[in-house]
Design a protein around this ligand. Structure first.
Ligand code: SF4
Length: 499
């Protein structure tokens, strides 16, 4: 059947349509109701752009087609003019049968043919997303008259370690996906037709929420579609997976309404009973045993890190988390006031040598070292020791003193209904102590990392840079002061008998 075309589908809207036809309908009919990407998502897009530009150097001597122009007709016209030059083309655009594709890289090969290279800033091929993306482009390009020889995905080489200027042929891995893509292109015309039908409908399709809302990406309409659920919904079940959807299908939205005979894990059963009882679950013997491990002086330690796709420093790899800041609260003896120490890297040099030197100098050589999710801090220290092996003996001893404050919460030895199934510090601190991050300018680690990068590597007025550094100090300090408060509160709870 020949349907009227409503709008061209780009590769990103084609992928949206594969994830959910309701999202696709909104994208073309009510775009203003789709929230703009937040800073975290925008930062991911920006990194993707940088990686894309680096990949162009894999095929040098080429030209960017219609730089800065987004009008499809104009880009297509300029592409047609560029094709005859037979040089690598970056961002060339084509349209065919309701599809519009702007190819990352087209490389001229023998017999008037071209190779298509799609660039991704992931460290592996993700078949369910990348292959349909490339198949869509191959369909459009071939339909528009381009003779394609091969299709490649250029993704980041996870084994890459920087030594000096980045060499693109070492940084990227080229995966030949020609065969898998050819097997998929036969379906693309039907998929585009079906999507055009959705776009042309008067109202959005009635799609229920499901696992597809977070796969392959968290949908931009997530908050809107999921807003009918109560706060303590069946989806806050700890490691609930598909169970939440099964319960919802049976008409059960509230976690407290899950029938008593429903099979639940021990932890999920605690969640339900806490909601019904309206008071927290406190496993006093387990918490007492946990607290009895603490030896004074107790050091509460937390790191902040940066991890960029393109490594900033020698001897580091893609997305490798580099510590740039720590906060340390030391409680020298029971009931003593906590002392605060901190480190925040200055300037764009590799922060690891100074970070390690400062930490070894400041951290007491005896007593417990409390962190929240200890594997994060120990992994960063292990990585720093790869670069600075002279710290190995110090780290070996330090590891024997580490106590992970996450463990009693991940084991639900204490659980408050306001945690909504989460054992993260952001959930535990307010539920247990009434404290929290809401008065701070920087309220979570992702923002801390982006802000540090912005004021350290970007052009920022000095006054603003200093303000951000104060905000970073305040944020990291609360992470460790929060741990002190959590331990103090656990002590109070274990010292009193249940009411
Ligand atoms: S949240 Fe889920 S149901 Fe709603 S538009 Fe997105 S994917 Fe579709």
């Amino acid at each position: 059947m020949n349907r009227a075309r409503h709008s061209s589908l780009s590769k990103s809207t084609f992928l949206m349509g594969r994830q959910c036809s309701k999202l696709l309908w909104f994208r073309y009919n009510a775009k203003d109701q789709i929230p703009a990407p937040d800073e975290a998502k925008q930062a991911v897009f920006d990194q993707g752009t940088e990686v894309g530009e680096l990949a162009q150097q894999l095929f040098p001597g080429g030209m960017v087609v219609a730089p800065g122009i987004i009008n499809p007709q104009e880009v297509i016209a300029q592409t047609q003019a560029a094709i005859s030059k037979r040089v690598p083309l970056y961002e060339a655009a084509f349209s065919y049968n309701g599809g519009y594709a702007r190819a990352d890289i087209l490389v001229p090969v023998a017999d008037d043919a071209w190779d298509l290279v799609e660039v991704k800033s992931t460290t592996s091929l993700k078949e369910d997303v990348h292959l349909p993306d490339i198949a869509f482009q191959a369909f459009v390009l071939t339909g528009a008259g381009i003779k394609l020889r091969k299709c490649f995905l250029a993704h980041i080489n996870n084994e890459f370690v920087r030594h000096g200027p980045i060499k693109p042929n070492k940084f990227f891995t080229l995966a030949d996906v020609t065969q898998s893509v050819s097997a998929m292109t036969g379906d693309i015309a039907d998929q585009i037709d079906a999507m055009q039908h959705v776009i042309g409908a008067k109202s959005h399709p009635d799609i229920q929420i499901g696992p597809h809302c977070d796969s392959p990406y968290t949908c931009a309409l997530h908050d809107r579609c999921w807003s009918f659920l109560p706060e303590a919904s069946v989806f806050t079940l700890y490691r609930g997976g598909q169970k939440g959807f099964n319960l919802l299908q049976r008409g059960i939205q509230k976690l407290a309404d899950i029938p008593a005979d429903e099979p639940l894990t021990d932890i999920q059963a605690i969640q339900r009973s806490v909601l019904i009882a309206g008071k927290p679950h406190i496993d006093r013997p387990a918490l007492t045993a946990f607290l009895s491990q603490l030896e004074y002086p107790v050091s509460y330690l937390d790191f902040e890190t940066i991890g960029t796709a393109i490594p900033l420093f020698d001897n580091s790899g893609p997305y490798r988390q580099i510590p740039f800041q720590y906060s340390l609260h030391i409680v020298r003896q029971p009931d003593a006031a906590p002392e605060h120490h901190s480190f925040l890297a200055v300037g764009p040099a590799d922060p690891r040598p100074e970070f390690m030197r400062h930490l070894r100098e400041t951290l007491p050589s005896t007593g417990s070292v409390v962190t929240y999710n200890a594997s994060f801090e120990t992994s960063r220290l292990d990585e720093c020791c790869e670069l600075l092996p002279e710290y190995q003996p110090w780290l070996k001893k330090l590891k024997t003193r580490i106590v992970d404050l996450l463990l009693p919460f991940r084991g639900f030895r204490y659980y408050h209904p306001d945690q909504h199934g989460s054992a993260s510090m952001k959930a535990v601190l307010p539920a247990l102590t009434g404290g929290g991050y809401d008065k701070l300018t920087i309220q979570e680690g992702g923002t801390a990392s982006r802000e540090f990068l912005r004021v350290t590597f970007g052009e920022v007025p000095e006054a603003e840079r200093q303000q951000v550094r104060r905000d970073l100090e305040a944020y990291c300090a609360l992470d460790t002061l929060g741990m002190v408060q959590i331990v103090e509160r656990l002590k109070e709870l274990t010292a009193t008998q249940p009411a």
